[in-house]
Design a protein around this ligand. Structure first.
Ligand code: ASP
Length: 316
């Protein structure tokens, strides 16, 4: 498993670039992979202007910010997560702590918040004036919709890291869908759906409409495909295409879905049902690029958008 002296990251959405730079710096300073991945996620959780993760996240239909997060260690396959928690400044920290336990690793609501209090993590009101304003104007305009969609362009932060020793890990954090039902849990904190990491094979994570992602356990399916010998990019494309096709055939909901993956050699992959899904790739050589994947002429195209293409993109 000790394949190279390099490390690699892949993460979802443009907004994760600062976090990946921070994570790279931490690995360079000799910090552990878990710390690096958690700090990358925290950088997004702490930024008020990203309206789908942590502080500044958009509220549920009661006007409360409810957050989900999870962490998985690919060496041990141990994972932990919190669901529908309020007022926890960095839910990823609690997920990391839970991933060390053998039992009670995934906690929801009040029980998760009580665990977090015992851990001594920071609490704060996560609802910003901007998020409240957006909530009030959406409800005033159209009421609470029957069905919520993921926003195109600024959703769950997912960070996959692989250190120089070949250990892999994945962290995710989200406020889930805007105006969701209180207590609603998406794919993000569900192992195998929103994330999965196995250092012997690779790791994958997802963002988009959780109800549709979890119907295909997309992250586990991608890791299994890599175990069968597919490179990360092909695994992402094949699993997403088969799932979208299946959902179309059986009818009903097929919301937007995007996936990222990295195989044990550090090769990255991404696929999406959107026209354009930005993701970040970083490595030990100091590179940290925002890439994009999108459908073009019926095929998945991975590319580095030029300035003109970025001007058209409105998300985070
Ligand atoms: N997957 C998240 C959820 O359904 C939302 C997202 O990624 O946009 O909660």
């Amino acid at each position: 498993m000790k394949t190279t002296d390099q490390w690699n990251f892949i993460s979802t959405w443009k907004m994760s670039r600062g976090g990946v730079l921070r994570a790279s710096r931490l690995l360079g300073e000799g910090q552990r992979l878990e710390r690096a991945v958690a700090e990358a996620v925290k950088a997004v959780e702490d930024e008020a202007s990203y309206c789908s993760v942590g502080y500044g996240g958009l509220p549920n239909r009661n006007g409360e910010v409810e957050l989900d997060a999870a962490y998985m260690d690919g060496d041990t396959l141990k994972a932990g997560g919190v669901m529908a928690v309020r007022d926890i400044r960095n839910p990823i920290e609690v997920a990391c702590a839970l991933s060390k336990l053998d039992r009670n690793c995934f906690l929801a609501g009040e029980g998760a918040m009580a665990f977090a209090r015992k851990q001594g993590v920071a609490f704060r009101n996560m609802l910003t004036p901007a998020a409240m304003e957006r909530f009030e104007s959406a409800v005033a305009k159209a009421g609470v919709p029957e069905r919520q969609e993921a926003y195109d362009g600024h959703d769950t932060v997912c960070v996959i890291g692989r250190d120089a020793g070949g250990s892999m890990a994945c962290g995710v954090s989200t406020s889930g869908l805007f105006l969701k039902h209180p207590g609603r849990v998406g794919d993000s904190p569900l192992i195998g759906s929103g994330f999965y990491a196995d250092s012997r094979v690779g790791a994958a994570a997802a963002t988009g409409v959780g109800e549709d992602i979890m119907r295909g356990c997309l992250s586990y399916a991608i890791v299994e495909r890599m175990a069968a010998g597919y490179p990360a990019q092909e695994a992402c494309e094949a699993v997403l295409a088969a799932h979208v096709e299946k959902l179309r055939q059986i009818g009903g909901s097929c919301g937007s879905m995007s996936v990222i993956a990295m195989d044990r050699e550090g090769r990255a992959g991404a696929a999406t049902s959107l026209d354009l899904f930005p993701f970040v790739v970083g490595n030990a050589a100091g590179e940290c690029r925002v890439m994009a994947v999108g459908q073009a002429d019926g095929r998945m195209r991975v590319f580095q958008p030029d300035e003109e293409e970025w001007k058209k993109y409105e998300g985070d």
